[in-house]
Unconditional design. Sequence first.
Length: 263
Amino acid sequence: MKRLILLLLLAGCRAGDGTGLDESGQPVADNPPPPDSPQPTLAQLQQQVLTPVCATCHSGANAPLGLRMDSLEQSAANLIGVDSVTDPSLRRVEPGDALASVLYLKLSGDPAVGSRMPLGQAPLSDTALESFRLWIEQGAIVETQASRFFVTTAQTNLVADELRLELTFNTTLDPGSVKEGQVLVWAESGSASRLVNVSHVHLHFPQQNRLRIGIDSQDLGADRLSIQLNHPSVANLVSQQGILLDGDGDHFEGGAFSHVYQF
C-alpha cells in the first residue's frame, strides 16, 4: 500500500522525468519571441538603396542641392537633422518623425514636396519605403560605424510649467552616463544669473538616441534659461560605443553643449 501511494505521488509531481530541465538539470528559461522584423539601419539602407539608386545622381561635388549620399558618412552628415533647402520649415530627416522628413516624403511621392524620387526611375518598393519610415521613426540612428557622437537636433517645448529640451543624437546614448546633476541650468534675468537646484531637473529617455530634459520652470522668475551638459568639469555623456559626446561641435570628443531658452 505504501509503495502504491509513493508511486502515485511521484507520478503527480512528475519527479525525475526531466520535464522543464536542461541537460544540466536546471530549469529551462522561457525564450522570448523573436522580433517581428529586424530594425532597419542606415548601413543597410545605404547598401540597398542610397548607393545603388540615389547616389547615381547624389554624389560628388555636383550633387543636387549639395546633398551627397554616396557613402554612409555623407548620407548621415547631409540628411539627419539638416534643414531642407527647398522648404526650411522641414528637415531632410527629422529623427522620430517620418512625415516631417523630406527624404521620406520625396521617396513616397508626397506632392507637397515636389517630384517623387528617385527621379526618372521606378518608385521604391513598399518594403523599402517601410524600412526608411521605420529607420526615421526609431530615431534615425547611425549605428556602430559612427566615429563621432553628437547632437543632431535640439528642440524645446513649454508644457504647463515644465520646459522640455529634447536632444536627438546621431547614435545610441549610454543612459547610465548622464544624471540629473550633470545638467547645469541657470535662471537668468537681465544681468543676474543663478544656478537652478538639481531637484528641478528630470531626465527621460524616450528612445535609444534621445534624451528629454524636463525643467520645472514655475517660480524661477527668469526671463531665460541657459542649459548646459557635458561640461568637462562635471561629467561627459557617452555613446553605447564608448565615444564621448562632441558637445561643442568641433569634431573632437568632449566639449560642453549649451542651449538657451527665452521665455
